[in-house]
Design a protein around this ligand. Structure first.
Ligand code: PNW
Length: 450
């Protein structure tokens, strides 16, 4: 039993997934089409034209999956609700749509696992895209408000922890600028800036709707994948540089959410392409949260540079820098330490959760039926060391959710990338805990780096 490297007693160990990535069976019980379902049907957009029709099939296998979670010993399961199950055309209620989530929540609670609910993880109703242009329009934000109000009313008797939206960049810039995410468009800078603003507004609107409709006291925050800036080495100047860079690099998202206004330098830089907004919206966007969720995968290295505009310079990764199995997945466990530290030092945030951390790896089942993902285990262990350091130094890190509980639909990569600590055989839907799952189980059991 290790006595060193222990986590605080109440540290929340969890696992995360998202509806479109794990559920499958999106049309059962009256569900509608999401932008991602439609995107999968556009030839060539998703690897091998994979789709979310079945996937890991958690919609049918949630009881089995909850037994896996129980075996792992996680205290919390972060999952998202599929908006088109509840409002299939974005506007008309499907009362049966909530049934699945009621079953899931009840089963989790019966097994001693807390449900942590993400309201929006990218699967918005396709109809809103057609009618209003999706996140280009504030009409979509209004539709989100109605959806979030309804869901909160139905589940807040049993759910305490809510997240508003997941990763603003991924449903705005990637969706309307680079086009790698649904609906796959490539639009001009002003339109994209408007989607980003509307994404912030979606967060603020959902936050208010959750607070207004909750049946009991609840806790609410956002999930962001802000660039996590790491001082190339921790000299005093580099630490200051990394902290400033953290704020500057989130100028259109987390920074206005924390500060209530867009930074002047950003407004200047955007010129005529500044999105439409008013004071009332900025107030909504920046309403106080109970915690901040950070999805951390790869580092952004920074050094001090007195001649640079904001006093820092980002250093690119050299060609041979070690990576996990995604083009962007540079290894840099220090982000798990620096995210809560920057958030505390910049904005006095008192509760931070790592809402996602994990990696894709080239998992193969060995002849003995085991998956020996020593690479993922190494990746995770180093993040746990950084997490333990953060808690030991008193930075406000309160919990950690591994991405992901199981292999799932990795967006435009389809099923070609595996992020799970549990292996999924997509032919039989059989689940096999990998070495990393056994490692995670032991970590939770000892509440320490093992
Ligand atoms: C997150 N990047 O997305 C999402 O929240 C998950 O749904 C997803 O499966 C997971 O990370 C793994 O990709 C990201 O380009 C998308 O750096 C893109 C990036 C990071 C995270």
């Amino acid at each position: 039993m290790s006595t060193n490297n222990c986590f605080p007693k109440d540290f929340v160990w969890g696992a995360a997934t998202a509806s479109f990535q794990v559920e499958g069976f999106t049309r059962e019980e009256g569900g509608g089409e999401s932008v991602w379902e439609r995107f999968c049907k556009m030839p060539g957009r998703v690897a091998f034209d994979h789709n979310g029709d079945i996937g890991p099939g958690q919609f049918k296998k949630y009881k089995e999956d909850i037994q896996l979670m129980k075996w792992l010993g996680i205290k919390a399961y972060r999952f998202s609700i599929a908006w088109p199950r509840i409002f299939p055309d974005g506007e008309t209620l499907n009362p049966k749509g909530i049934d699945y989530y009621n079953r899931l929540i009840d089963e989790l609670l019966d097994n001693g696992i807390e449900p942590w609910v993400t309201m929006y993880h990218w699967d918005n109703p396709w109809a809103l895209e057609e009618k209003f242009g999706g996140w280009r329009s504030k009409e979509t934000v209004k539709a989100l408000e109605k959806y979030v109000a309804y869901v909160t009313d139905k589940i807040s008797d049993r759910v305490t922890n809510f997240f508003t939206v997941n990763e603003i960049m991924c449903f705005t810039s990637l969706s309307y600028e680079s086009g790698s995410h649904a609906p796959g468009l490539r639009l001009d800078r002003k339109t994209v800036a408007q989607t980003v603003h509307n994404g912030c507004l979606a967060h603020g609107t959902a936050l208010a709707a959750i607070r207004a409709n909750a049946r009991r006291p609840v806790k609410v925050g956002i999930v962001e994948n802000m660039p996590v800036t790491v001082p190339a080495f921790a000299s005093e100047e580099n630490i200051v540089a990394a902290r400033n860079a953290f704020r500057v690099m989130s100028a259109s998202k987390l920074t206005p959410i924390m500060e209530g206004k867009y930074p002047d330098f950003w407004l200047e830089e955007m010129g005529n392409d500044v999105p439409e907004f008013d004071d009332a919206e900025m107030k909504l966007i920046s309403a106080p949260m109970d915690f901040v969720g950070c999805n951390v995968y790869a580092p952004t290295y920074v050094i001090a540079d007195a001649d640079a505009m904001h006093g820092f310079r980002e250093i690119p990764h050299p060609a041979g820098y070690p990576k996990m199995d995604m083009p962007w997945l540079f290894i840099g466990p220090d982000i798990t330490y620096w995210a809560p530290r920057h958030l505390k030092e910049l904005w006095n945030v008192d509760a931070v959760y790592i809402t996602e951390n994990g990696c894709a790896a080239q998992d193969r089942m060995a002849p003995d039926g085991e998956v020996y993902d020593t690479d993922r285990t190494m990746y995770l262990r180093h993040h746990f060391m950084a997490a333990e350091r953060a808690t030991a130094e008193g930075w406000p890190l309160k919990g950690y959710f591994v991405w992901s509980l199981m292999d799932n639909f990795e967006w435009s990569w389809g099923y070609t990338k595996r992020f799970g600590i549990v292996y999924v055989n997509y032919e039989t839907l059989e689940r096999t805990p990998k070495l990393s799952a056994k490692f995670y189980r032991e970590t939770i059991k000892q509440n320490a780096v093992v």
